[in-house]
Design a protein around this ligand. Structure first.
Ligand code: DGP
Length: 123
């Protein structure tokens, strides 16, 4: 499958420093920052620095080093935000059915309160 990356998306602009963000963690391969519209006391977005649309794009085309760096960043964010003890949810929406708003891969890390069941019954 071939994926088209739009470098004008909002997270690409954040990575280029064109739009401010509230950074939680940064490494060579990932940036983590607070969601502008938090849905839980902890709501952090973790994104890879490379131009990948979604998780399936990333796992198809990113190098092992990028993938490892991204996954490690997720772990670091959990540690920094203190969500490991009480638990959290990691969500990555993709495409139309996943209702992905920003076409740059991101994993939402949500925690700080009980999050309910995984999916709403209707869309
Ligand atoms: P998704 O539906 O998975 O594509 O979620 C995109 C998230 O991005 C959504 O929770 C709101 C957040 N968001 C949108 N624009 C901005 C922005 O400019 N800055 C930050 N920090 N978050 C944003």
């Amino acid at each position: 499958m071939s994926f088209q990356y739009d470098d004008q998306n909002i997270f690409a602009k954040i990575l280029r420093g064109e739009i401010p963000n509230n950074t939680v963690y940064e490494s060579e391969h990932a940036l983590a920052f607070r969601d502008l519209y938090p849905q839980a006391p902890t709501h952090v977005l973790v994104i890879p620095k490379g131009p990948y649309v979604s998780l399936d794009h990333f796992t198809q085309d990113a190098s092992d080093v990028e993938i490892a760096g991204f996954m490690r960043a997720i772990g670091e964010v959990c540690k920094l935000e203190g969500v490991s003890a009480d638990g959290f949810r990691a969500i990555s929406n993709a495409g139309t059915n996943g209702v992905q708003e920003v076409p740059h891969l991101h994993v939402h890390i949500l925690g700080g309160r009980p999050l309910g069941r995984m999916l709403a019954k209707e869309s």
